[in-house]
Write a protein that binds this ligand. Structure first.
Ligand SMILES: Nc1ncnc2c1ncn2[C@@H]1O[C@H](COP(=O)(O)O)[C@@H](OP(=O)(O)O)[C@H]1O
Ligand SMILES: [Mg+2]
Length: 265
């Protein structure tokens, strides 16, 4: 087993500490800088990154950490490492619509085997580990979560801030009725993981840290994440840091429907 129950709970506590840092900044006048790729960076990203790094170094000493905002020393990325996005959905954070997340994944041999996704403004935490299951904590209660069976109306998730013509064309090509809901950050994966949505096609760019933790939750809850050729999305520096375009799907048994029935390229 890659992680026991106590270690998974410890990872959730680290995410919550990062969430507290983020919420302190959320309550103020938020300033931001633009990074080289033109994406925004705030004090909240940096404070959350620092808290996560401190927590991981204290409780999981020696495990390499690759974060959107920092990385452990050394050029070689080991087979087992933490992949972290301290604040995913920074644009949503700046727009104050609550749809932003803290993301911590453990990757082993390219596979995200543990994931914690916390939405601090919504009070929702999704967490999962292979061998333990997938769960959602909402306030004081928690429950196991699972993806839903495909119904007659396809419930489609999409980015709130990064849409694009390709997604519109894909929706037009669908042969069954659908509802489209725009949501920011890795929460899209989590809505599918808890059975509240069916599919999330991502045609715009994302980086590995945007998806690893949520993919762990989604896969352990019963879903799949594949590139447009049906290959599972994998992680590590031997691959480009940018992900390929991908499809997140809840009903694993019906996955073939997407590739056989719809035009996705
Ligand atoms: N041009 C681009 N290049 C790389 N990543 C991009 C991008 N445009 C958007 N993203 C990624 O999409 C994420 C937001 O996804 P969504 O639109 O689904 O909410 C961003 O996460 P951050 O907010 O952590 O930077 C960012 O990593
Ligand atoms: Mg991100």
């Amino acid at each position: 087993m890659s992680m026991n129950q106590q270690q998974l709970e410890c990872l959730c506590r680290i995410a919550h500490e990062a969430g507290q840092e983020i919420m302190e900044v959320y309550g103020t006048n938020i300033g931001h800088w633009n990074k080289v790729d033109d994406s925004p960076l705030t004090e909240a990203d940096l404070r959350a990154d620092r808290v996560i790094r401190q927590g991981l170094e204290q409780h999981f000493p020696g495990v390499f950490i690759l974060s959107e905002e920092s990385r452990s020393a050394g050029d070689e990325l080991p087979e087992r490492f933490f992949l972290v996005d301290p604040l995913d959905g920074t644009k949503e954070f700046l727009k104050r619509n609550d749809e932003f997340t803290v993301n911590i994944a453990l990757v082993e041999n390219g596979v995200p085997v543990v994931g914690v996704v916390l939405a601090p403004a919504l009070g929702e935490c999704f967490y999962a580990a292979r061998g333990l299951g997938a769960f959602k904590r909402d306030g004081q209660s928690y429950r196991a979560i699972a993806t839903a069976k495909l119904g007659s109306t396809l419930r489609v998730m999409g980015s709130r801030s990064h849409g694009g013509d390709k997604l519109k064309a894909w929706l037009v090509g669908l042969s069954q009725p659908y509802d489209f809901v725009a949501v920011g950050s890795s929460l899209k994966f989590c809505r599918i993981a808890e059975g509240a949505a069916d599919i999330y096609p991502r045609f715009g760019p994302t980086s590995q840290w945007d998806t690893a933790a949520a993919q762990a939750v989604l896969e352990i809850a019963g879903g799949t994440v594949t590139d447009l050729h049906g290959q599972p999305l994998r992680y590590g520096l031997q691959r480009p840091i940018l992900n390929p375009e991908f499809i997140v799907f809840g009903d694993r048994e019906k996955n073939g429907v997407i590739f056989d029935g719809y035009s996705i390229c």
